[in-house]
Design a protein around this ligand. Structure first.
Ligand SMILES: [Zn+2]
Length: 390
């Protein structure tokens, strides 16, 4: 596949890219003339970025609405509150079979151009996922909710596996003490990756290999977010959405909120969604460079908007093409004519999102119908028109 005339989201440079065997084969500002490659796409005023990496989600929790109706001191207070106040709502969603909930969680990400999502919780069994679900981590929920967390943290058999844990998700002393406890009890000096870190200080951040910043979730629960402006001097910052229990389904909504805080520079925020996350998780993605996995997102550039502003102006309706490891996973209807001959025999769903039409890999029709059969009140953010074998 050759992609012609794209603008790199971070530098504004015009490039042509060839993709082979799931990898980026070549990227050049010069022309790529190769008549043996059948699939060639020409773009006009479109920007390209690495497929987004969502470093924190609970895939099976994305049928929940946002639960909570005030500001909480910390996650334990919020957790106790929602289990008491929203017992019925929670039980209803949990009636949906877990495989369906997970698959919707995957699509929630794909529809926005996420090509890698780091799932928190028990290891999932997913066959043929259209995006990478990264789970090579040792997940502990949190100091308060993970039983025997100190023993699990100091399990010598897992010494070399990074530990991912919610930490410092609060604005009170308990939230900050919890971080000290975690650092103190990390006797094996394992790599720690902290989620949320709202109560974290710069000194504490030194003990973490990376932090996942989830601003939308933080503001919803705590009306405060992590001081990433300070923390970024001491560790790597990655970006996460968490589930719809605490935020919008659309990661671009979260990115916009983060952008407005100006706690990270435009470039730092961009890199928290790609190269920085890839480095912490040890993935061969997150960069548009030769030899990297061909995880790519191409979006329509809004008129008169240049450089990274064009990236931050993207919404799901602007996506033209999402490629995961060289496979086409989502495309705008305007690309149907050049793509259809190359996708013969593959199943795609036609969806309407805002006022645009996209084709998405797989049968979203069946998935949404199966979910609605159990949860008739659930409102999907997209309308599924049809599914077909191309
Ligand atoms: Zn979480």
């Amino acid at each position: 596949m050759i992609l012609h005339q794209l603008i790199l989201a971070d530098t504004g440079q015009a490039v042509n890219i060839s993709v082979n065997d799931g990898k980026i084969d070549k990227i050049t500002s010069g022309a790529i003339t190769d008549h043996t490659t059948a699939l060639q796409l020409h773009f006009d005023d479109a920007i390209i970025s690495p497929g987004l990496i969502n470093s924190h989600d609970h895939l099976d929790f994305n049928l929940f609405p946002q639960l909570g109706n005030r500001v909480y001191k910390n996650y334990t207070e919020w957790g106790a509150y929602i289990h008491q106040q929203f017992k019925h709502e929670i039980a209803e969603v949990l009636q949906v079979p877990i495989q369906l909930r997970i698959l919707w969680g995957i699509y929630k990400n794909l529809l926005c151009g996420v090509t890698t999502v780091v799932n928190h919780g028990k290891r999932l069994t997913i066959e043929d996922s259209p995006i990478t679900v990264y789970e090579d981590t040792h997940d502990l929920h949190s100091a308060a909710f993970e039983k025997a967390w100190k023993l699990k943290l100091n399990n010598p058999l897992k010494k070399n596996v990074p530990v991912v844990i919610h930490t410092g998700e609060g604005t009170d002393e308990a939230a900050s003490d919890e971080i000290d406890q975690l650092i103190y009890w990390n006797k094996l000096r394992r790599h720690l990756i902290g989620i949320h870190a709202v109560a974290m200080t710069a000194a504490q951040a030194n003990s973490f290999k990376g932090l996942v910043w989830c601003p939308e979730s933080n503001y919803f629960l705590l009306n405060k977010t992590a001081p990433v402006k300070e923390l970024k001097q001491h560790t790597r910052i990655m970006f996460g959405t968490d589930s719809t229990l605490t935020g919008n389904w659309n990661i671009w909504d979260h990115i916009n909120m983060a952008h407005k805080t100006e706690l990270l520079t435009d470039k730092e925020l961009y890199q928290s969604l790609n190269i920085n996350a890839a480095k912490v998780w040890g993935l061969n993605t997150g960069e548009i460079a030769e030899g990297k996995d061909a995880d790519l997102v191409i979006g329509r550039r809004k008129e008169g908007v240049t450089s990274l502003d064009a990236f931050y102006a993207i919404t799901p309706v602007d996506l033209l093409l999402v490629i995961h490891q060289g496979n086409i996973r989502l495309f705008d209807q305007e690309l149907l004519p050049p793509l259809a001959p190359h996708l013969k025999g593959r199943e795609f769903s036609l969806i309407k999102i805002s006022n645009g039409y996209k084709y998405v890999d797989g049968n979203l029709d069946a998935l949404t119908e199966q979910i609605k059969a159990v949860l008739p009140g659930f409102v999907f953010p997209v309308e599924v028109i049809d599914h077909q074998i191309l």
